[in-house]
Design a protein around this ligand. Structure first.
Ligand code: RM4
Ligand code: MN
Length: 406
């Protein structure tokens, strides 16, 4: 019911039907590392109740899924989440309604990787990095994961430090070695980031570099868009549109930022940008004339890659899932027929109004009704806060050492 003043009226059935996909089709992946203690280089503020093991990370992800109903997979980071028995971890997740999502490789926290991993001048270090990512392919096979994610900290800090062109050759060569190890049906995601930890040049710096590398590497290589990994002012939705057109958008690492790679809750700083990104995805899903983009949009993975440094982590994850649902619900409300008409006629203002109006719609009552119809709490965030689960989680996890990024 939509409550306006004291008058309650049912939300229109047509509107509910249009946004239903945000509750029964959209799938969000949660990052195991989003539940652990994180901070900035200045300080990590530990929180009570933080997971101590990968099993407890899975428990937290399962809790977010239980409240939201659409967060049914959890991504792992290797070696942070390494276990001896992958079948047991996969079964543990499945008992809690979760699949194992992307296997994120980590070739940035070892002493040997000081000057890079796949792009390192030393062939021995490059071989070690290849082996680490090939091991992630094995973990994908053992857990039923469909994605091996490669994000590299590789780059240089000073002009002249290394040969930029040869670093690129080494990158392509390394990924080509890895590609045949991807199990059937598993894609490699190559994630770009403009800078950091390298401060002068980064080897996979932007979407164009990532796309051209993927093309050179093989059919299963696709680009991952981390929304926090762009320079200020970059038109991310256009990047998304281009990657969809090329059939090479693999997935997202979702978060929001004000300045750098801030890893704030998705949709918390610029919800209009998130809506514009969602619009490109929904537009591709509806486009019967561009089958490459449509198929790519269907397979796109929506993972959260966030750090909750000062805010409580589970409520922040729940809120993030809800922010995404709202962005997609608004995008689903865009009248595509009318938009195509306005575009064909060159009616700039009407085309823009159609987007702006959809964005301005308050979709929260529609989503609340849909959630209730699916047996979920109308407001998962409030429901979690009132459930007492946060307190129980803290009490159950007193003692031991909380997990972090190691
Ligand atoms: C990087 C990048 C990766 C994430 C690591 C922890 O900046 O966003 O996706 O796995 O951080
Ligand atoms: Mn990321």
């Amino acid at each position: 019911m939509t409550v306006i003043g004291s008058v309650a009226r049912p939300a229109s059935a047509a509107a509910i039907e249009r946004v239903a996909w945000a509750v029964d089709g959209l799938a969000i992946e949660l990052p195991s590392w989003g539940f652990v203690n994180t901070g900035t280089r200045f300080r990590v503020f530990p929180q009570p109740g933080v997971p101590r093991t990968v099993f407890e990370k899975v428990d937290d992800a399962a809790t977010v899924h239980r409240y939201t109903g659409i967060a049914g997979s959890v991504a792992l980071h290797i070696p942070w989440d390494r276990v001896d028995d992958w079948a047991a971890l996969t079964a543990y997740a499945a008992e809690r309604g979760l699949r194992i999502g992307g296997i994120n490789s980590n070739t940035f926290q070892d002493e040997d990787y000081k000057f890079g991993s796949l792009c390192h001048p030393s062939a021995a270090v490059r071989a070690k990095a290849v082996e680490a990512i090939v091991a992630c392919c094995g973990i994908a096979a053992a857990t039923g994961s469909k994605v091996v994610k490669v994000w590299l900290g590789d780059g240089t800090n000073y002009p002249g430090q290394d040969d930029l062109r040869w670093r690129r050759h080494r990158l392509v060569e390394g990924l080509r070695e890895i590609h045949p190890h991807l199990p059937d049906g598993v894609r490699m995601f190559l994630e770009y980031k403009l800078y950091e930890p390298a401060l002068y040049s980064t080897d996979v710096q932007d979407w164009g570099q990532a796309l051209s590398v993927c093309r050179a590497v093989g059919e299963q290589a696709t680009v991952c868009v981390d929304t926090g990994h762009h320079a200020m002012g970059v038109n991310i939705e256009q990047i998304v549109a281009i990657l969809l057109a090329e059939g090479r958008l693999g997935g997202f690492d979702l978060n929001d930022k004000k300045y750098g790679d801030d890893d704030l809750m998705v949709g918390s700083i610029d919800p209009y940008q998130l809506f514009r990104i969602a619009h490109e995805l929904v537009n591709a899903l509806r486009d019967e004339t561009d089958l490459v983009a449509r198929r790519c949009a269907r397979e796109t993975v929506y993972m959260l890659d966030q750090c909750h440094n000062i805010e409580p982590k589970l409520p922040a994850m729940i809120r993030s899932v809800m922010n995404l649902q709202e962005a997609f619900a608004k995008a689903l409300l865009v009248d595509r027929e009318a938009l195509l008409g306005a575009q064909a006629e060159g009616d700039v203002l009407e085309a823009n109004r159609l987007l702006a109006d959809a964005y301005a719609t308050d979709v929260r009552p529609l989503l609340a009704e849909l959630r209730t119809a699916h047996g979920l709490a109308a407001d998962p965030y409030r429901a979690y806060l009132e459930s007492g689960e946060a307190e129980a989680r803290e009490a159950a996890r007193a003692g031991g050492s909380a997990a972090g990024w190691s």
